[in-house]
Write a protein that binds this ligand. Structure first.
Ligand SMILES: Cc1cc2nc3c(=O)[nH]c(=O)nc-3n(C[C@H](O)[C@H](O)[C@H](O)COP(=O)(O)OP(=O)(O)OC[C@H]3O[C@@H](n4cnc5c(N)ncnc54)[C@H](O)[C@@H]3O)c2cc1C
Length: 382
């Protein structure tokens, strides 16, 4: 049985037997298959593609429509224990690409794409951000134009997860006055995905810049029900929900590693570091924050199950849990001393990854503005 997660409020007891089994299954997978290889791939700066068939066997996304929100959240939490890169790979595939097709696609699109995407036989990516428009995608420049055979799409997308692995890209583009979603096969003429090098966060994730030069797609490539930026934002909300759960995995894994080290390393009169008051103060703070993150995740899970989850709830959860996870991992880094900057521990990788997670899918500022608007009824984005 793998070691259980830090659980001061004994929240794990409340999960159904099926949910508990999911936690054990994914935790075991992460311990055996993910954690042993991540530092090597982080150093190499490439995504561990060998994990794809193994992740496929877990069957996480095949039944995504039927999985209850808490089981999905627990799955992402356990995956992110192995690394935000792996959780992100699954989140983009499930919460962004598959969710765009199942929410806004035609029956033919669903039949064609959802089964191979669910099995990870086909990888997808989600192209919303552009080099000049990140927090404000409504100003995007990528355009689609109708022609006799379908649409021609031109423009560029930046920072796209799974970008070079993808066989199909959900590309958001302007068509007339509206923003629409298109399913673009990446082997089409004029489509070019180039890896972004030089990252110090998400090094083991596939991040690409995408160039579209009059890429021709058939009429059937447009997502018929995605006629505004709101459609893209609905997919993002699904992904942000998963992030709020996922980051608990990264923070609690960093905490586990750090606590073990503090109990084992003696300093000053042979006493373990864990016996010093200042250290215990930091451990208590971290455990409290992780517990608060767990409570928030559980509660948004319940709200989602009841159909009552609203955008400002998701913004609160994404904003709080990413900030606190980042602060926890920074604190762990500090408590590990020099070892904290070394690959022997996963803490540094979790910490640098969380700098991405606090930035993508709406930065902390953007979520604060969503919450601010809810509180004041005043839009303060511009
Ligand atoms: C590793 C990685 C993977 C990613 N994967 C994807 C993906 O798969 N698909 C995709 O479409 N995108 C992806 N992104 C892009 C990500 O969503 C954007 O980076 C993010 O939305 C922020 O945009 P930006 O980087 O252009 O920052 P900017 O929008 O330029 O913001 C810079 C700073 O200004 C602040 N700011 C912006 N506007 C305001 C305002 N009105 N008020 C106050 N502060 C403001 C921001 O909070 C931030 O601190 C990824 C990014 C990274 C790093």
């Amino acid at each position: 049985m793998p070691e259980p997660i830090l659980d001061l409020f004994e929240l794990e007891k409340a999960w159904s037997e099926e949910q508990k089994e999911t936690v054990v299954q994914i935790r075991r997978f992460v311990n055996q298959e993910v954690l042993p290889i991540m530092q090597e791939y982080h150093n190499k700066g490439v995504f561990p593609k060998d994990l794809i068939p193994k992740l496929s066997k877990l069957g996480i996304l095949e039944a995504i429509e039927e999985i209850d929100p808490i089981t999905y959240g627990l799955t992402l939490r356990e995956l992110e224990r192995g690394g935000s890169e792996i959780r992100s790979f699954i989140s983009v595939q499930g919460s962004l690409v598959m969710s765009a097709i199942s929410k806004f696609g035609s029956e033919e699109q669903k039949k064609k794409w959802l089964p191979p995407l669910g099995k990870l036989d086909v990888i997808g990516c989600f192209g919303l951000t552009e080099p000049d428009f990140g927090s404000n995608p409504s100003a995007m420049r990528t355009r689609a134009e109708k022609f006799s055979g379908g649409y021609k799409i031109s423009g560029s997308k930046c920072w796209i997860t799974n970008g070079t692995l993808a066989k199909v890209a959900v590309i958001w583009a302007r068509l007339g006055d509206q923003i629409h979603g298109f399913l673009v096969e990446t082997d089409r003429k004029g489509f070019d995905a180039r890896p972004i090098h030089g990252k110090w966060s998400f090094r083991a994730s596939d991040t690409a810049e995408i160039f579209l030069d009059k890429v021709e797609v058939p009429m059937t490539a447009i997502l018929p029900e995605a006629n505004s930026l709101g459609a893209a934002l609905k997919c993002l909300n699904q992904a942000r929900y998963g992030i709020s759960w996922g980051v608990i995995g990264a923070a609690s894994h960093a905490f586990e590693e750090t606590l073990k080290h503090l109990l084992e390393r003696p300093q000053f009169e042979g006493k373990p570091l864990a016996s010093h008051q200042l250290i215990q103060n930091k451990l208590a703070w971290m455990a409290t924050e992780i517990t608060a993150m767990q409570l928030i995740a559980k509660h948004i899970g319940i709200l989602k199950q009841e159909g009552n989850l609203k955008s400002h709830h998701i913004s609160l959860a994404k904003m709080n849990n990413c900030r606190k996870a980042l602060e926890v991992t920074r604190t762990c880094r500090e408590l590990l001393g020099a070892s904290g900057i070394h690959n022997e521990y996963h803490v540094g990788r979790h910490m640098t990854n969380l700098e991405t997670v606090i930035t993508y899918e709406g930065t902390e500022h953007i979520h604060a503005l969503v919450l601010g608007q809810h509180l004041t009824k005043i839009k303060a984005f511009v």
